[in-house]
Design a protein. Structure first.
Length: 492
């Protein structure tokens, strides 16, 4: 190390994180070599001497653990630090046992990088106040790299590391809009922010998400521009918002407008670079969500068609499957189980009786009670439904819920005699919803029960047949809550 500067190799497949990490290391007076994959990193290690190797654990092709293993045979005493968004205890112990100098967890803080550089400088015999003083003079003396820029670079690295995961896991449009805005505001320390989407009204923008405006402007309001939004909010005229465009499929659909109430200055170049990256990731997430919504709509319409086909076989249960789906969703919402469970029971409810397609019409349409033999045949429908759905990889959880929606808490149900929570929660939810609709719907051999009488019957069998917690949640819903739209004429 003749120059007194650490030579650092960084291997990271995320280009934004790779670039920013390189900049942070350069701020610390390191000479940095950047590699976007593990294979090229191994090649550089054989060609050049390095004082420190930083490598992401999870990369396509050659992983960080492979770099650790193979570089240890090429180098002697060169610290290798593994970086990742998620490092569990087993991975960390494995890495350390195989010679890793340390494991860094994303998102990084500026202090994490600075501390790492100081520790490695110590390993190489640099005085703590040697290179460190030169860094202070470089940063503070000429004004080109003020401390504020360092802080914002570190913040940007944290935001970018989080945003991909957050955006990729959010399938609700409203939640996604809020997540995009929160991420951008946190990244630049903005006090006010709004996500604006092109309105159906010509030359207008709809406020899709908003923060820091109190009640002066709300989501759903429309404005002509970001500047008009600021005027409506009563913010100082000298404050000009920064607007970062959002683009889906090559078409600008809106933008993020950000500003600080008490600051006349605009955001820094580093801020704009980070916001551009967040906007790119957000645009991809919005486009993916659009595709997801299209597929979801197509799948659900297919389910409605299957339910209608089943209704055609048994006119006395017209609308039954969609009502069960509706009731199941109301239970989920009452218990605040989240969108994922709601979607699951909505789809599984629409298909829960699809197996009855394999039941003879003579049994399905019989006006009297079924014989024991006929009842045994009817009990086959959950397994038949499961067999129909199981081949579809995207309907695995729905298939399991369909198979088990006739299980009892005491193990007396069918087809597998599962007890208690052995039956999955969505199946237990469908069991309550299915029973309620069956009892409140007219049949040729009996009149429908009232809402009150049906709730009393559900409570009577809470424990042996139904999950008591689910029955309590369902019983707290009013008949108005349970009034499903467009479900057919036989429901009271």
């Amino acid at each position: 190390m003749t120059t007194g500067r650490l030579r650092v190799l960084v291997a990271e497949d995320n280009p934004e994180i790779l670039t920013l990490l390189g900049e942070l290391l350069e701020i610390e007076r390191c000479e940095v070599a950047l590699c976007s994959d593990g294979a090229s990193a191994l090649t550089r290690i054989t060609q050049e001497p390095f004082d420190l190797i930083l490598s992401d654990i999870s990369m396509p092709g050659v992983s960080g653990l492979e770099i650790l293993d193979r570089s240890s045979a090429m180098t002697s005493g060169i610290p290798v630090v593994l970086i990742s968004g998620q490092v569990d205890l087993d991975t960390a112990l494995f890495a350390l046992r195989h010679g890793a100098f340390d494991c860094l967890l994303k998102p990084f803080r500026l202090d994490d990088i600075r501390d790492l550089v100081r520790r490695v400088q110590g390993l190489h015999g640099l005085a703590e106040n040697g290179a460190g003083e030169r860094v202070a003079k470089q940063v503070g003396g000429n004004g080109h790299r003020p401390q504020e820029i360092l802080i914002r670079k570190s913040r940007a690295l944290q935001v970018i590391a989080r945003s991909g995961k957050v955006f990729g896991e959010t399938h609700d449009l409203g939640l996604l809009m809020g997540a995009i805005l929160e991420m951008a505001m946190r990244g630049v320390g903005a006090e006010q922010g709004a996500l604006l989407i092109a309105s159906e009204t010509k030359d207008r923008l709809r406020v899709a998400s908003i923060r820091g405006f109190h009640d002066t402007v709300r989501s759903g309001d429309e404005v002509g521009s970001a500047n008009e939004l600021w005027r409506l909010a009563g913010l100082p005229s000298e404050v000009t918002p920064s607007v970062i465009p959002l683009t889906v499929k090559g078409r600008q659909i809106g933008g993020m407008a950000l500003a600080n109430r008490h600051s006349e200055g605009s955001f820094s170049m580093a801020d704009h670079e980070m916001l551009d990256i967040v906007a790119q990731q957000a645009s991809i997430a919005l486009e993916n969500l659009s595709l997801y919504a299209t597929v979801e709509s197509t799948v659900f319409e297919g389910m409605r068609a299957l339910a209608a086909m089943l209704d055609a076989k048994d006119p006395y249960t017209e609308g039954h499957s969609l009502r069960v789906a509706w009731f199941a969703v109301q239970i989920c919402q009452k218990m605040e189980l989240g969108n994922e469970v709601e979607d699951l029971v909505r789809y599984a409810g629409a298909m829960h009786d699809i197996g009855k397609i394999g039941i003879p019409d003579a049994i399905l349409r019989k006006e009297g009670r079924l014989t024991p033999e006929e009842y045994e045949r009817m009990k086959e429908h959950p397994v038949v439904g499961w067999k129909i759905l199981a081949p579809f990889s995207f309907l695995q959880e729905e298939a399991i819920a369909v198979r088990h929606h006739h299980e009892w808490m005491n193990g007396g149900g069918y087809p597998d005699g599962l007890k208690g929570e052995e039956a999955p929660l969505p199946a237990r939810i469908l069991s309550v919803a299915d029973a309620y609709d069956a009892m409140t719907t007219a049949r040729p051999y009996r009149m429908p029960r009232s809402h009150e009488a049906t709730i009393e019957e559900l409570r009577r069998y809470a424990g042996p047949q139904f999950d008591p917690e689910l029955v309590d949640a369902f019983a707290s819903l009013s008949p108005r809550d349970l009034r499903a739209p467009d479900t057919g004429p036989n429901h009271t």
